[in-house]
Design a protein. Structure first.
Length: 109
């Protein structure tokens, strides 16, 4: 009988489908719309049309909903780098997993 794989994540993941704008430098500077698959304090996984190479730096901005913040919606700008890109997702999308290296809470405009 196979043993259950042990969870290695140190922070809770939230399975959220949120719109996110992703900026990255690959074949020139690009800014693309994407949708999150899940978010944690240390990382994000999102669906995007094109893959982004592992190790590539990226930036993204998203709005965390009240069910996560336990108060009001909060906009967050994050910088990080890609750790994995999995092609063959539904609708021809690529699932990109990234580590969040730094973040900044943004004032509501």
């Amino acid at each position: 009988m196979a043993e259950a794989q042990q969870e290695k994540r140190g922070t809770r993941r939230f399975a959220l489908r949120l719109p996110v704008s992703v900026q990255y430098q690959e074949e020139g500077s690009s800014q693309r719309p994407a949708q999150t698959r899940d978010v944690s304090a240390r990382g994000i996984c999102f669906f995007i049309d094109n893959g982004i190479s592992p190790g590539s730096p990226l930036e993204f901005t998203l709005t965390l909903p009240p069910e996560i913040t336990l108060t009001e919606s909060i906009r967050v700008h994050c910088k990080g780098h890609v750790v994995r890109a999995d092609e063959g997702q539904p609708e021809g999308k690529v699932a990109v997993a990234a580590v969040i290296d730094e973040y900044e809470f943004l004032a509501e405009s």
